[in-house]
Design a binder for this molecule. Structure first.
Ligand code: BTN
Length: 265
């Protein structure tokens, strides 16, 4: 297995703050768990990256598969002055950055499946898991977990037909180092703007969403809602119009969204 070449990454990273410190592991349980556990000792902008994770975590308690040396499994720790309401928007801000970072190095269209998946050719190539560490009434730190499938082989996804990797879906072949550099640079630009304005770029979110204007199935723990995605809101929620023309605001926590017939369609 080729290990990540950290010297290429350090020499080419243009981000001012993100990645100034990088903690590299060959194996870890989960970069997010490590970052949360050690949040007090980790500086703003630090990136934890590992070749593999034994207990990688996704949203809603899902396991995140982290094949050794085939993807980027990393957590970015930030410690902004931000309130809890604004912190909820960070998943969308990071999704815009990761989308742009991947788009900048490949020719294919790259989309966002709200709230946290990055999609190429209707397949998930990346997931984002943002976790806040609250101390008292303040945010002690935010852990931005990013898992990107880069160079897995096609047969790896035989049984997970909604997922894929960048190099399967793209004509050009990219290295994990290129993806790391491009994504971290783009995420830093999005976060810098957001930490000043505290505003989401709704226009960009709509432009790059796989579901804006489409009929979808919103899956909650005990129920499902069918309807069309008609809006993205300033606070990070989305609006669905159901078949009775009622408008329902959907919060990202504990829901997942699918197309009516498949993952996207
Ligand atoms: C999802 O799609 O449900 C989110 C997946 C997030 C996976 C990344 S990999 C690096 C970081 N460490 C984890 O345990 N999870 C995130």
């Amino acid at each position: 297995m080729d290990k990540l070449d950290m010297s290429i990454i350090i020499d080419n990273l243009k981000a001012d703050i993100l990645g100034r410190n990088i903690e590299y592991f060959e194996k870890i349980d989960s970069t997010n768990t490590y970052a949360k556990t050690n949040i007090c000792d980790i500086e703003h902008g630090t990136i934890i990256v590992s070749e593999t994770q034994s207990s990688g975590r996704g949203r809603q308690g899902n396991h995140w598969d982290s094949q050794k040396g085939k993807g980027l499994w990393m957590s970015i720790v930030v410690k902004p002055k931000i309130n809890i309401t604004d912190s909820i928007k960070i998943t969308s801000v990071v999704a815009l950055g990761v989308r742009k970072g991947i788009k900048n190095i490949i020719n294919e269209s790259v989309h966002i499946k709200w709230p946290n998946d990055i999609i190429i050719n209707k397949k998930k190539v990346c997931g984002i898991l943002v976790e806040s560490v609250i101390s008292g009434e303040n945010i002690g730190g935010i852990v931005i977990g990013i898992g990107i499938n880069v160079s897995h082989s096609k047969d790896y996804f035989e049984k997970i037909d909604y997922a894929s990797s960048i190099n399967i879906e793209s004509i050009s072949t990219v290295s994990r180092e290129e993806v790391f550099i491009s994504v971290v640079n783009a995420v830093e630009m999005e976060l810098d703007t957001f930490f000043i304005t505290k505003k989401l770029d709704i226009k960009e979110l709509k432009n790059h969403s796989v579901f804006y204007g489409k009929n979808v199935k919103v899956i909650k723990k005990d129920s499902e809602i069918l309807g069309k995605v008609i809006d993205f809101l300033e606070d990070g929620q989305i609006v669905i119009e159901d078949y009775q023309n009622d408008r329902i605001i959907i919060n990202s926590s504990d829901v997942s969204i699918r197309g009516l017939n498949s993952y996207i369609d």
